[in-house]
Design a binder for this molecule. Structure first.
Ligand SMILES: NC(=O)c1ccc[n+]([C@@H]2O[C@H](COP(=O)([O-])OP(=O)(O)OC[C@H]3O[C@@H](n4cnc5c(N)ncnc54)[C@H](OP(=O)(O)O)[C@@H]3O)[C@@H](O)[C@H]2O)c1
Length: 376
């Protein structure tokens, strides 16, 4: 029986993880769950899964009183305490942004296995996390469907035989190209394939989600920027590919459902039966694949982040987070997001050495710079 902690249990990935656990009760047990605000959903999850630990950002004695026999933890220290528990076998990290950075580092230092959905952590702190993973014999299993596919395609492949990796992109609601003119929030949030949280859905529409995935792939698979390519693939059936030096390409296909990569991570290194939808080739008429433009704003920013490192990716992530917030609050237009990023980053004086505390400081500064630029 594996004990699972879910950081972000009330979110899209969190709920999909609980569904996988629900269908694999013989193998998985919910050990700890964490969320921020949605206590109605949290209460249902506590009743159904009876975790040993529940984390909330802020103390709520009234809520806590309703559940006897469960230990509540609060604040940054509480999350760090939970992920270090000896009994925790896998920690699914699914809280957007970098707020779980310290908890992630604490888990890595305990040599834990992480099911990593939160790409922002590797974008801002991959240079810190990956060496720590090696040092403490921890393990990162990618939940992001593209990286999960590449991870699977790389199984049994020698490092020296890898030529290139391909991440696919559905292209979001605008087919991977920025739309001309004004765009309504509801159109941005209408992702044609994936049901996801609001932040990542906006990132998919601007393609910044793919930019972050390029950086994530760089850290996870040790690939230089020129060996990571993106293919626009609206059907979202092929999730990732690895090209070997002899020209052979290994691809991983499945229906677009996050429960599959999550199940892979929870079961790893074993495989178990699954009861949900499988690909029906009789219903697939066509698979479209075409290369994304490496000169587009989002691709160029990703390449620069990999090459420059230091504070550049931290600023990129923070500026994007703030610009997306402002768009969601109706304070800027959709097309302002990439314009703001370009402007903030064109002025960015890159600090080469960046430690954990620097990340939080640089993150806050970049958010303020965006607000100033947007005039809010
Ligand atoms: N959704 C996908 O298909 C997908 C695919 C690949 C990667 N990812 C990545 O996975 C992460 C989660 O995405 P999502 O779509 O699941 O997001 P989401 O639906 O917005 O859910 C976010 C979760 O994080 C919790 N949370 C937010 N801030 C918190 C804090 N400070 N302390 C504790 N809990 C906090 C939320 O709690 P409340 O509900 O209480 O606010 C919620 O449970 C993101 O980094 C995203 O890029 C997602």
């Amino acid at each position: 029986m594996k004990n699972i902690i879910i950081l972000g249990s009330t979110g899209t990935i969190g709920e999909s993880t609980l569904e996988v656990i629900r269908r694999g009760k013989d193998r998985f047990r919910v050990f700890g769950i964490a969320c921020r605000r949605r206590k109605d959903i949290l209460a249902e999850q506590i009743k159904e899964f009876r975790p040993e630990y529940v984390y909330l950002e802020r103390k709520d004695a009234g809520f806590e009183k309703k559940f006897s026999g469960i230990r509540f933890l609060y604040g940054a220290g509480g999350m760090e305490e939970m992920v270090q528990m000896k009994k925790a076998d896998i920690i699914v990290c699914a809280i957007p942004g970098i707020s779980t950075l310290k908890a992630t580092i604490a888990a890595v230092k305990q040599g834990k296995t992480l099911g990593l959905a939160t790409k922002e952590i590797l974008v801002a702190a991959g240079h810190i996390i990956i060496p720590l993973v090696r040092k403490h014999h921890a393990c990162i299993l990618p939940v992001d469907s593209e990286h999960n596919a590449v991870f699977q395609a790389l199984e049994g492949v020698r490092e020296r035989d890898i030529h290139r990796i391909y991440l696919t992109a559905s292209g979001g609601p605008f087919g991977g190209r920025p739309p001309a003119g004004r765009v309504k929030l509801e159109d941005v949030l209408k992702h044609p394939v994936w049901k996801m949280g609001r932040k990542i859905t906006v990132d998919s529409a601007t393609m910044m989600n793919k930019a972050f995935e390029i950086i994530e792939a760089h850290y996870l698979f040790g690939m230089p920027a020129d060996k990571i390519d993106v293919l626009i693939h609206p059907e979202a059936v092929i999730h990732g590919m690895v090209e070997l030096k002899d020209g052979t390409i290994k691809a991983v296909l499945s229906v677009p459902d996050m429960k599959l990569p999550i199940k892979f991570v929870l079961d790893y290194p074993h495989r178990n039966e699954m009861s949900w939808q499988k690909i029906d080739f009789a219903r697939i008429n066509n698979l479209t694949l075409f290369p994304a433009d490496r000169n587009s704003v989002w691709f160029s920013l990703a390449i620069r982040a990999i090459k420059e490192k230091g504070s550049f990716p931290v600023v990129l992530n923070a500026a994007n987070e703030e610009a997306v917030n402002l768009f969601l609050e109706g304070k800027i237009e959709f097309n302002d997001i990439l314009n703001i990023l370009q402007e903030v980053l064109s002025d960015c004086k890159v600090q080469k050495e960046v430690l954990v505390d620097d990340i939080f400081r640089i993150h806050e500064q970049a958010r303020q710079d965006v607000r100033k630029l947007a005039g809010v």
